[in-house]
Write a protein that binds this ligand. Structure first.
Ligand SMILES: Cc1cc2nc3c(=O)[nH]c(=O)nc-3n(C[C@H](O)[C@H](O)[C@H](O)COP(=O)(O)O)c2cc1C
Ligand SMILES: [Zn+2]
Ligand SMILES: [Zn+2]
Length: 794
């Protein structure tokens, strides 16, 4: 069934409830539905449904989708006079919407702009449910060790988020769930089992009816040729029937598509998943939780670094540091002409003596127990736009959609080191990737030599982790590389601003501890075998005190202690810089001129390094990043192909990472590829929602619980997607991610609905594909201000 048919079916299903006055405007509807932030309890689904009909009123009798009526006819302007639209001047911070789409055409645009949005993204980034309530994907409730900080709030963040639970009224025992009626498995709990065993009773009274969306066809069955959710599946009638047996009895049986199942089983992993990689078995997780998993490389590495600590202390803590590079001087505006002239002054003589001492001292170091392995080469270029790591939002179904739309590099949501090491199911679930993510990224530089790069061996998906200590980071990398064979790279998150993460010394806190950061990355590089190590940083922790350039220097050349002791560089293959400080809110733009400075610095350092390698202590090539080459990726506010290419051009970054831009319009990757704006119609945008819903059901299951999880993550995405202002409505281009639109209406009702900041509308959108929300389903937006926006818009 295509989208249009689907909408029609939806309309038909709700027919008879079409009681709402069609003459009321979208603006009025939004006012009507304005409500302070209450978790929505869709018991009022009759109203919801009726509103939905009204909103989808663009579907005419007889099944045709009619051209959108001129919104002018439908929407009464709220001011008295019908003033002719006048082109507006571009105002900073305000999306320049054409007058004919404004709900208050003569009002001050800035006054009308959605207020309260300032803290949105800080709140969204920081509102990681793992640090407050459970995450329904993986039962991460009551995570150990977080009690103390339970009540801590990050500004604007909706901390006490609950998502209700979506369960069947009667819970069917697993011994019945995937068996035919007359051949149930034995229930291991016998009479003590409290779950339902009477299949017919369960189907009759114990669960909600099947969904009619997706043509009533089960998306899981469609992909696998069988549905592992069996009778619990909300599409079960598409893969079951009542069969009369020879003795005349009627049996409920589950169907399978033999050919498709055989195809699926070929690629099916130990945990029964296909099309998904990096699935770690239960046994491995149990071994981790029981500390049975060995990490010999990390142990040897940590032992080695500890042994050398005393030598380090003797050498570096007890004497003044000397500068081993001219670069700092250049940065500080000092001239390095003397050094260049080759004259020896008293300082140089002193240096020569110290060099002799250094050589003696170096001899005191214990040799490394092993060298880092050579790394698989990666590549970043103009043709590889990067989807950022995104906690909660960057889940597998969303990444799958982005890859389909052209994302060439994807990252997992940030996984925390300790729970990974302890075998926590939820954390390991973050490592799963869709098969499309393990395809090679695009590579167009066939004529230029990118030394050692084998595109066929490269893949799109990498894992991002947070860790606060070298021992933890190395162990995590060692188990990750052993258990997840499909990783492009492992990235250390040094940009995370979440208080709880930073208080433990991870995330942004590492920016203030460069030596620990370097040691951590070096350790990761030592133990990762062929998997490259990368790092994501911010400008610094504090505003007006950027530190990234110093860090970059340390990472490319190696810190003072490391070079002096012959340990070499940390060996990172790429650095991504988000052009904001930890302290900086999203309200201020990312600093691309600073990113450009850092990019220039990297290039200088690379040159410097090749010169240095002639004179200074030779670094073992295995300690260097692949080929000694460190890729540099810029990040912040990229919202169109125009932004993308201008950053490549002006900041000279290798590629650009896109975060919120992709959440707001995932087809940004398509725009980048096409090099032009794509004015997606509302129904095209809705088809992406449909895809997400389908991918969600295939990932989390098509039973009541899976649907609840899919709905929750769809809503999380819609909490960004509604911000999209169609380019066709804009007076001036390029669109700016920082701009907020004044209240506006779309070119049709669906476009207006998709722009609604009211999460009740998001639930309605979800219902088009996932059916009416479960009575116990709740959703509270991460962005607290969404409730405010509704009032402001009203
Ligand atoms: C909802 C949300 C979740 C995020 N989660 C992560 C994360 O897990 N790891 C990370 O390194 N950055 C995370 N970030 C930061 C983004 O990766 C990116 O650096 C930042 O949003 C700036 O890029 P943008 O201006 O394109 O949004 C998150 C940001 C948002 C808005
Ligand atoms: Zn039972
Ligand atoms: Zn099914």
């Amino acid at each position: 069934m295509d989208l249009k048919q689907h909408l029609l079916a939806f309309r038909d299903k709700l027919r008879g409830e079409e009681t709402v006055d069609q003459s009321s405007t979208m603006a009025e509807q939004l006012v009507d539905s304005a409500n302070p932030a209450q978790p929505i309890m869709p018991e009022h689904s009759a109203v919801t449904k009726a509103e939905n009909i009204q909103r989808n009123g663009a579907i005419a009798e007889g099944g045709e989708i009619v051209e959108p009526m001129s919104p002018r006819k439908r929407v009464k302007p709220l001011n008295e006079e019908n003033e002719p639209p006048t082109p507006s001047k571009r105002q900073k911070g305000v999306a320049p919407i054409k007058a004919e789409y404004l709900l208050h055409p003569s009002g001050s645009q800035s006054g009308e702009a959605r207020r309260g949005a300032e803290h949105d993204d800080d709140a969204a980034e920081a509102a990681d449910d793992r640090y407050s309530k459970g995450d329904s994907r993986d039962n991460r409730q009551n995570r150990k060790g977080n009690k103390k900080d339970k009540n801590k709030k990050q500004k604007g963040q909706n901390t006490s988020r609950t998502f209700g639970s979506s369960h069947d009224k009667l819970q069917l025992c697993n011994s019945r769930a995937s068996s035919n009626e007359f051949s149930p498995k034995d229930c291991p709990f016998g009479d003590r089992c409290r779950l339902a065993h009477d299949l017919r009773k369960y189907l009759q009274d114990g669960r909600r009816e099947d969904l009619a969306t997706f043509g009533g066809q089960c998306p899981v069955y469609e992909a696998r040729g069988f549905c592992n959710l069996g009778w619990k599946c909300r599409f079960h009638s598409s893969h079951s029937e009542e069969r009369e047996s020879e003795d005349g009895r009627k049996e409920l049986v589950l169907l399978e598509d033999e050919a498709r199942k055989a195809e699926f089983m070929k690629t099916c992993g130990p945990e029964g998943e296909a099309g998904v990689v990096n699935v770690v078995s239960k046994e491995e997780k149990i071994n981790l939780s029981k500390r049975k998993t060995q990490t010999p490389r990390s142990d040897a590495y940590i032992k080695w670094t500890n042994t050398n600590l005393d030598v380090d202390r003797d050498r570096f803590d007890n004497r003044p540091k000397k500068d081993n590079s001219s670069i700092i001087k250049e940065e500080d505006g000092e001239s390095s002409t003397k050094q260049e002239s080759g004259e020896l002054g008293p300082k140089e003589e002193e240096d020569a003596t110290m060099q002799q001492e250094d050589a003696d001292n170096r001899a005191q170091y214990v040799e490394a127990p092993f060298r880092p392995s050579e790394k698989r080469r990666i590549y970043y270029g103009p043709e590889t736009p990067v989807l950022a790591p995104l906690t909660t939002q960057g889940n597998l179904p969303f990444r799958r959609l982005c890859v389909e739309l052209g994302a060439q590099v994807t990252w997992s949501e940030m996984a925390m080191g300790l729970p990974l090491l302890q075998g926590e199911r939820g954390e390991w679930a973050l490592m799963k990737a869709h098969e499309s993510e393990i395809q090679a990224p695009k590579f167009l530089q066939k004529n230029t030599v990118v030394q050692g790069y084998d595109n066929a061996k490269d893949l799109k998906f990498g894992a991002q982790v947070a860790a606060n200590k070298p021992w933890l980071a190395t162990k995590v990398v060692e188990v990750l590389t052993a258990l997840c064979p499909n990783l492009r790279a492992i990235d250390l998150n040094c940009g995370c601003p979440i208080n709880l993460v930073c208080e433990q010394g991870s995330g942004s806190a590492l920016l203030d501890n460069p030596s620990k950061l370097e040691n951590t990355l070096r350790g990761m590089n030592y133990v990762s075998n062929e998997t490259p190590i990368t790092v994501k940083i911010r400008m610094g922790t504090k505003d007006n005190d950027p530190k990234a350039h110093k860090l970059i220097k340390r990472l490319v050349l190696g810190g003072y202690e490391a070079v002096e002791s012959g340990r070499g560089t940390a060996g990172v293959a790429a650095i991504t810089l988000h052009g904001r400080s930890k302290q900086q809110r999203y309200t201020r733009s990312a600093d691309w001129s600073y990113i450009a400075e850092c990019s220039a610095l990297i290039n200088r350092l690379k040159r410097e390094k090749s010169e240095q390698s002639d004179t200074v202590k030779e670094t073992d090539p295995r300690d260097l990043a692949p080929n000694g080459h460190v890729y540099f990726v810029g990040n912040g506010d990229c919202y169109s192909h125009v932004d993308y290419y201008s950053h490549l051009e002006n900041a000279k970054v290798d590629s650009v990472m896109v975060a919120r831009g992709a959440l707001i319009k995932p087809w940004i990757f398509e725009e980048i590829e096409a090099g032009q704006y794509l004015d997606k119609s509302a129904s095209e945008r809705l088809s992406y929602v449909e895809k997400f819903a389908k991918y969600g059901l295939q990932t989390w299951g098509s039973d009541e619980m899976g649907i609840g999880t899919t709905r929750r993550f769809l809503l999380e995405w819609l909490s960004f997607a509604y911000r999209y202002v169609p380019v066709g409505l804009l007076e001036h281009l390029p669109p700016n991610i920082q701009d907020r639109p004044p209240a506006f209406k779309g070119r049709d009702d669906l476009e207006t609905l998709l722009a609604s900041g009211n999460y009740k509308d998001w639930i309605k959108i979800s219902e088009m594909f996932l059916g009416p929300a479960h009575p116990n389903f709740k959703f509270e937006p991460k962005h607290k201000s969404n409730s405010y926006e509704i009032e402001a818009e009203g």
